[in-house]
Design a protein around this ligand. Structure first.
Ligand code: SF4
Length: 449
């Protein structure tokens, strides 16, 4: 096993995407429905998505004293390096421990090899306080037990370093599930708060620091005293969790994390997701209600930023209203994005494809979608592309692997991964979010002239 950090890598579509795509090979389509919401069609076939390792790209920036050690192949190393880029002035906070032929042939004890790599890393990097061992397709295929390795290494390195494990593999997952798996691992190891502890608000989902600061200010103005964010910026600041914890999801793809929080007694506050002026207002309102904030105080606190958000959308509405948008499954952000585009910018939704649709955590979003919007859970990429070509939407929101071929066919596209990389939550970011969708349309209009 050898460790690889940053170095130049080939450009272009990663093998990670193609391997992830080749693994969901069962064919078929079936009808499903949600007891309280619109009909959702389920589709199973070849997928075209990135794997959960991609989450390291934003998580390593968020948790400032964490390190992500992928235990995988050279393909995994290439994926993560191409996605995260090379940091020239800072030491990288991710690397890949490559499983090589000696490990696979049993010529080396893989646990010993991993211990050696981790020990060397921690000796060289005393700034690391939280180490994630990130599983991959290869480590799962050879049944490498990274949870046990994390426990063993954590015991050896306590109290200086905590070691956790999660899976970022591309076997039956999509790229945002990497964050869900990472946050679930943090919840499993979180300190328990007892029932006597004062109620606290927990915002769950990695947010840009500037967005987090804006939300903190709004909650403070409402008088909500105890607010934590998961993940915290530093390992030592990870929140305590218990029956007094009420949590808002900042991202719709955190199903397992939400379940883990509920298992510890925490209470989910159902709400729209904080995208667009309406989404942010309703998301904040859920917290205000749960913490007994008066209606007057709530309205006074959000009045000015909501007005700014609504104003910022005006600029982009002429470019988007009446335009038809098609979502190809990728980020799991598709339903809330579609709600935002339809209700606040007047776009027409042709189809919402999403890798997974958690009906419970998306109930508020699904209820606000235009009636009869086709929603497809899962993917059969060829069938979906056929429908897209037949519908000729003005804009296709899709993964990187599909964007270039679709552009070549004359479609305007938006990479859905940008919706995760870019700060888009919150009132102050509403205009930026609309701009992300408007730019490709404006560019195409210019080209057509
Ligand atoms: S985890 Fe799997 S899908 Fe992701 S880069 Fe590694 S081999 Fe490819």
């Amino acid at each position: 096993m050898s460790a690889v950090s940053t170095q130049s890598v080939p450009q272009g579509k990663s093998l990670g995407a193609s391997l992830g795509a080749s693994l969901g090979a069962s064919q078929g389509i079936s009808l499903g429905s949600c007891a309280t919401g619109p009909k959702i069609v389920q589709e199973r076939g070849q997928r075209e998505v990135f794997c959960g390792l991609t989450g390291i790209v934003w998580l390593h920036r968020k948790i400032q004293d964490a390190f992500f050690l992928v235990v995988g192949s050279r393909t995994c190393a290439h994926l993560i390096q191409s996605a995260a880029g090379v940091m020239i002035f800072a030491e990288p906070r991710f690397a890949t421990a490559i499983i090589d032929e000696r490990d696979l042939a049993g010529l080396a004890d893989i646990d010993d090899e991993l211990d050696r790599v981790v020990t060397r890393l921690i000796e060289r990097r005393p700034d690391i306080k939280l180490l994630f061992l990130v599983g991959s397709c290869p480590s799962e295929v050879i049944k490498l037990d990274l949870s046990r390795a994390a426990q063993r290494l954590s015991q050896q390195m306590t109290p200086n370093v905590r070691v956790l494990a999660y899976s970022g593999s591309g076997i039956e997952t999509t790229f945002t599930q990497g964050e869900d798996a990472c946050l679930s691992a943090l919840v499993a190891q979180a300190q328990r708060a007892d029932a006597a502890q004062k109620p606290s608000l927990l915002v769950v989902g990695a947010l840009a620091d500037a967005v987090e600061d804006q939300f903190r200010r709004l909650f403070a103005q409402m008088g909500i005293e105890r607010v934590d964010f998961l993940p915290a910026r530093r390992a030592a600041d990870m929140p305590m969790i218990g029956p007094g914890t009420k949590f808002l999801l900042a991202q719709p793809f955190l199903t397992d994390t939400a379940r883990a929080l509920e298992a510890l007694g925490a209470q989910h506050l159902p709400a729209l997701y904080p995208l667009g002026a309406e989404g942010v207002a309703e998301w904040l309102r859920a917290a205000a209600r749960a913490f007994g904030v008066s209606r007057e105080t709530f309205e006074a606190v959000i009045a000015a930023p909501r007005a700014r958000a609504e104003k910022s959308l005006e600029r982009w509405r002429p470019h988007l209203a009446g335009k038809r948008v098609f979502f190809v499954p990728d980020s799991q952000l598709e339903p809330p994005m579609a709600r935002f585009l339809a209700r606040e910018l007047g776009m027409e939704i042709v189809e919402i494809g999403a890798p997974y649709v958690d009906r419970r955590r998306l109930a508020e979003e699904l209820a606000l979608l235009p009636p009869d919007t086709p929603i497809v859970e899962g993917q059969d990429v060829e069938r979906q592309l056929d429908r897209l070509r037949a519908a000729r939407p003005d804009l296709a929101v899709c993964g990187l692997g599909l964007a270039n071929p679709l552009e070549a066919e004359g479609f305007a596209t938006k990479w859905s991964i940008e919706l995760v990389f870019t700060p888009v939550q919150g009132f102050e970011q509403a205009g930026d979010l609309a701009e992300l969708f408007a730019r490709p349309l404006m560019r195409r209009e210019l080209l057509e002239i």
